[in-house]
Design a protein. Structure first.
Length: 135
C-alpha cells in the first residue's frame, strides 16, 4: 500500500505577481500560435510572454487580430499597423513581405509597456504598447 503522506515545502514557493499598470518591461516570447476567435471568426496571433529576469511574475498575454476579407478599411489599417509594430519589436524587418514562420519569434526579447485587464474574473497583464527602438 502506498503512503498518503507528502513532504511539502509550500512556504518556499512564491506566488506570481502582476506588473503595475504602465510598467516598461523586457519580455520574451514563450509561445506564438494562431487561433480563430469563436466570437468573431477572426484569425489571431496568440502570444504568451514572460520576463526572463523575473520568474515570479505571471505570464503576459497578447493577441494580435488579423484582418478578415470583409474588414472595414480603417479597421484593417489599425490591425495591420498593430501587427507591424509587434513584428518590428520581434526583430522582423519593417519592409518584410512573404510567408513568415511564427516559430522564428519564439525566444525573442523586446520591450513593452504593460497594462492590466480582467479576463474571466481574474486580472492579468497585457501589452499596451510595443516599444520599438527602430520607430
Amino acid at each position: 500500500k502506498m503512503s498518503k503522506l507528502l513532504n511539502l515545502s509550500l512556504s518556499t514557493i512564491a506566488e506570481p505577481t502582476l506588473y503595475l499598470e504602465n510598467s516598461e518591461v523586457r519580455l520574451r516570447v514563450r509561445s506564438a500560435d494562431t487561433l480563430v476567435s469563436e466570437n468573431t471568426g477572426s484569425t489571431m496571433i496568440k502570444l504568451i510572454l514572460d520576463d526572463p529576469a523575473d520568474k515570479n511574475r505571471f505570464p503576459v498575454y497578447h493577441n494580435i487580430v488579423l484582418p478578415k476579407q470583409d474588414s472595414k478599411p480603417e479597421s484593417r489599417d489599425i490591425m495591420l499597423q498593430n501587427l507591424k509594430r509587434a513584428m518590428i519589436a520581434f526583430g522582423v524587418p519593417g519592409d518584410f513581405d512573404g510567408l513568415f514562420d511564427l516559430a522564428k519569434i519564439e525566444g525573442k526579447e523586446f520591450w513593452a509597456k504593460i497594462g492590466i485587464e480582467e479576463y474571466q474574473g481574474l486580472e492579468r497583464n497585457v501589452i499596451k504598447k510595443f516599444i520599438n527602438p527602430a520607430l
